[in-house]
Design a binder for this molecule. Structure first.
Ligand SMILES: Cc1cc2nc3c(=O)[nH]c(=O)nc-3n(C[C@H](O)[C@H](O)[C@H](O)COP(=O)(O)OP(=O)(O)OC[C@H]3O[C@@H](n4cnc5c(N)ncnc54)[C@H](O)[C@@H]3O)c2cc1C
Ligand code: SF4
Length: 820
């Protein structure tokens, strides 16, 4: 020691990673105990600490890099920190307490690992092509900025927080952006489907294309990226691909040094690793089986690490975090736990006009989660209630309106109709739009009858009556008293008919869209409205809407009828009730192979295999498919059977080929989803051996042609069909029957059989639509065919596929594994 100089007692502290977590650790140390450590700071990036969460504003051009630097060269110099930027640590020698970079070793007394996370790259072909970038640091951001040319195409894989910020930034730079997201809605970890829907709408409004349920298959290109191909066959052209599908803790050097590492570097409450001389902080750590991806908990960790390094007692206790998306104009907020679960209740507020959605999740007397979109002003207040576990029972009724609420406005039931533009069609039959009805009302037509007389609105099938009345109420205010109508279910004030009309008038194409825009009062609907909405959307938008299996009844989901002992019954389709020896052999073989306890001929001339175990369903379907048979849809709200008699081919009385016509009809109509089950019968003469006159649609062949009658029933109600028309040719039968089925599909309330539909709309109206008006008949038949182009498929074939089979297996019996 040089005489006269004080012995330096400073310990050598080495920090690996100059990110947001270690930056905060150093700040604490430099404030609380300047000079306590001789600090060397390594960083793989060739720069010091900047505010990583502000990279998105840099990408979009709203900020510059200089504006987001948190610790500049002067700061490091003032604190006497030895900065080794651009130098990665490749090895930790714990025995000798030395870290190594490629430039050599540096000894430490105490070591802090703060290496953050590495972006996850999905292992698809083409992932290494030039033009594919992740989104983590300034270099990634600069690569994106360099590639962003107006009109060029960008594909962002991942619709989470980072992916959407990247998408919005690139769109602001003039790129054509497509976001591919694996899940059903955006930001599914932070948002529920309703909020996800509003976010998607907002992003689409700014020109960003969103493809949910999209699985990336390959990134295409030769010298650099050219396109992205999805599993469903879609291909998007791409000059730039941003991979933002998630992050993984960066633990490599810790693992190599044999520190305890699970998903992240394992730390105790003081953020110490399994080596007492080494601490870890930030996204690279795993504390109490939890990982961290937002800065708020990392800043808490930083305080604890600093205290611990200085020898003080300190413990990290994770607290709730809240999320906000930094995309201008997309106000969303989520915090806490908002998964559905037993004992949890929801309070939901929707204001479709303003695009506002708020949902609070309550358990007992506490608020445990909040999701908001559109108006997030009260987010902080709700977050406080969640964090503090405040008893909210006293303010429960008014909680959703926020801290400033006094009194309690209730949601406006007429909001959806008020928001309709003048050109929105209210009466489909007569093509009357809202503007015309409003003009009539303003001109003095102040009653339903007067509006009907002047505009013809609701004067035909009458299903839009409720909507016309609502237009009267919206236009006249208190001067019109709205008759009370039975709402669809407890989740809405709208009737089935109103919902059907509004789906069309507002072009709503998903269940969250309907629920948001029509002001549903529940989060995700109920067992009554979800199947109905699923059907209405499927019927109105066959090309745009994808069937939601979860919104279906159990028989429809499982494509077999569940029986009272939990087994299933399986009915292969026999076109027109005709079978062959080969088919019968296949049925007999299946009955043997799957120990089917009963084989029964149904009232609709099909063979029912009763008592099939759930786990055998895919195999039995596959066997039937192999024998050329498809599902009889004996469980669906769709075409069940077309019962036939022998007809002219064999019978002495038959006037026409009723069997052939039945087969033709069944092959044409099968697979279509309808509001309730549909059964047909075709008899070859008026002796009516197929009992066609108690079916939903019955055809009786006569000398001059075919009598088509509709609206029969032989269930709880028994009713004879009513004559729709008589036609001369089979082709006319085909066209009229498909037009009539489509009329029923488009206008009936869900679960109403055809006889109820006809009772409501009137047979005369049906005749006018499908018999008298030839153009309308053809248009209906064409719309039916369009829908069939998507839905005339065998559900068994899809679910018998090997990859689907696991879903039908019972849970494994793990006790057997332990015995081995
Ligand atoms: C674009 C973007 C937007 C974000 N938005 C938000 C937001 O809105 N809100 C929010 O709370 N969070 C947000 N985050 C997350 C937040 O930035 C991170 O949680 C935080 O930065 C993690 O801090 P960290 O110190 O653990 O890691 P980092 O900040 O990532 O720092 C780790 C550093 O360690 C370096 N390093 C790694 N290995 C080595 C090695 N072997 N040797 C030397 N150096 C090494 C890395 O290069 C890096 O510089 C965002 C992140 C990104 C990328
Ligand atoms: S309905 Fe007429 S054609 Fe058909 S089987 Fe009976 S008698 Fe014969």
């Amino acid at each position: 020691m040089i005489p006269g100089t004080a012995e330096r007692k400073t310990e050598k502290l080495v920090v690996i990673g100059a990110g947001m977590a270690s930056g905060r650790v150093l700040e604490h140390l430099m404030t609380e105990a300047p000079g306590a450590f001789d600090v060397t700071l390594f960083n793989a990036e060739p720069r010091g600490n900047y505010n990583r969460i502000m990279l998105s504003p840099v990408l979009s051009g709203e900020k510059t890099y200089a504006e987001i630097v948190t610790h500049d060269d002067d700061w490091y110099a003032q604190q006497g920190i030895d900065c080794r930027f651009g130098e990665s640590i490749v090895k930790i020698d714990r025995a000798n307490k030395v870290v190594y970079s490629n430039a050599g070793g540096v000894p430490y007394d105490k070591l802090v690992i703060a290496t953050g996370s590495a972006p996850f790259i999905i292992p698809v072909p083409g992932k290494d092509l030039p033009g594919v970038v992740s989104y983590r640091d300034l270099d990634d951001t600069n690569t994106m900025i360099a590639a962003a040319r107006p009109g060029a195409q960008a594909v962002v894989i991942g619709g989470g927080l980072l992916g959407l910020e990247a998408a919005a930034g690139l769109a602001l730079r003039g790129m054509e952006v497509t976001v591919i997201h694996l899940m059903g809605h955006l930001m599914e970890r932070q948002l529920d489907p309703s909020a996800g829907y509003l976010l998607q709408k907002a992003l689409e409004a700014r020109g960003i294309r969103i493809h949910c349920k999209g699985a990336t298959k390959a990134i295409l290109g030769t010298d650099r990226v050219e396109a992205v191909a999805l599993e469903d066959g879609t291909v998007y052209g791409a000059d730039l691909v941003v991979m933002a599908v998630g992050i993984r803790p960066e633990t490599r050097i810790a693992t190599d040094a044999h520190l305890e590492v699970a998903r992240g570097i394992t730390v105790d409450d003081a953020l110490r690793t399994s080596d007492p001389a080494i601490w870890a902080v930030g996204e690279c750590v795993e504390h109490d089986k939890q990982l961290f991806g937002l800065v708020a908990p990392l800043y808490d960790q930083a305080r604890v690490v600093a205290a611990s390094l200085l020898g003080h007692e300190a413990a990290f206790r994770p607290v709730q975090t809240a999320t906000k998306l930094k995309v201008t104009g997309c106000d969303l907020f989520s915090a806490g736990d908002f998964a559905e679960g037993p004992g949890r209740e929801d309070i939901v507020f929707r204001d479709p006009g303003r695009g506002v959605y708020k949902r609070l999740v309550i358990e007992g007397d506490r608020l445990i989660g909040a999701v908001m979109y559109g108006d997030t002003a009260d987010g902080g207040w709700f977050f406080g209630l969640i964090k503090d576990g405040t008893d909210i029972s006293a303010m429960r009724d008014t909680l959703i309106f926020g801290p400033a609420f006094q009194g309690g406005p209730s949601a406006d039931p007429l909001a959806a109709v008020a928001a309709l533009p003048p050109e929105a069609e209210i009466c489909g039959c007569n093509g009357v739009c809202k503007g015309k009805i409003v003009s009539a009302i303003e001109g003095g037509a102040t009653t339903l009858d007067a509006v009907r007389a002047q505009t013809k609105a609701s004067s035909s099938c009458g299903t839009c009556t409720g909507l016309v009345e609502q237009v009267l109420a919206v236009t006249m205010g208190d001067a019109f008293v709205l008759p009370t109508a039975q709402p669809m279910c407890k989740c809405t004030r709208h009737t089935h008919e109103d919902v059907r009309r509004l789906i069309k008038a507002q072009g709503l194409k998903s269940i969250p869209a309907v629920m948001q825009e029509l002001g549903w009062t529940s989060v995700g609907g109920c067992a009554s409205c979800r199947p109905a909405l699923n059907y209405y959307l499927l019927s109105d938008w066959p090309l745009d809407y994808t069937d939601d299996r979860q919104a279906r009844f159990v028989n429809e989901r499982n494509h077999a009828n569940i029986q009272k002992d939990g087994t299933y019954s399986v009915v292969p389709r026999m076109w027109g009730g005709v079978t062959t020896p080969d088919e019968l052999r296949a049925i007999a073989d299946a009955a043997d192979r799957y120990n089917v306890p009963m084989v029964k001929v149904t009232g609709g001339q099909r063979i029912d295999l009763l008592g099939v175990r759930k786990e055998d369903l895919p195999a039995i379907w596959a066997d039937f498919n192999a024998a050329g048979m498809v599902s009889g849809h004996a469980y669906s709200k769709g075409l069940r059977t077309v019962k036939t008699c022998v007809g002219s081919e064999f019978c002495r009385f038959g006037t026409q080929d009723s069997t052939g016509l039945g087969i033709r009809l069944e092959k044409h109509l099968w697979g279509s989803w309808t509001p309730a089950k549909v059964k047909l019968g075709v008899s070859g003469c008026p002796r009516n051996c197929a009992e066609a006159t108690c079916k939903d649609i019955g055809i009786v062949c006569v000398d001059s042609g075919y009598q088509i009658s509709v609206a029969g029933a032989a269930g709880m109600d028994v009713k004879e069909t009513e004559l729709l028309c008589t036609v001369a040719t089979e082709d006319e039968v085909m066209e009229i029957v498909s037009a009539f089925v489509q009329l029923y599909r488009e206008n009936s309330r869900y679960l109403h059989r055809i006889y109820k539909f006809v009772a409501k709309t009137g047979l005369d109206w049906c005749k006018a639509q499908v018999v008298a008006d030839l153009d309308n008949r053809r248009a209906l038949a064409a719309r039916f065919e369009l829908s069939q182009s998507v839905y005339r498929t065998d559900p068994w074939a899809e679910h018998a596929a090997p990859r689907e089979r696991a879903k039908w297996q019972p849970l494994a019996d793990l006790s057997l594994e332990a015995a081995e």
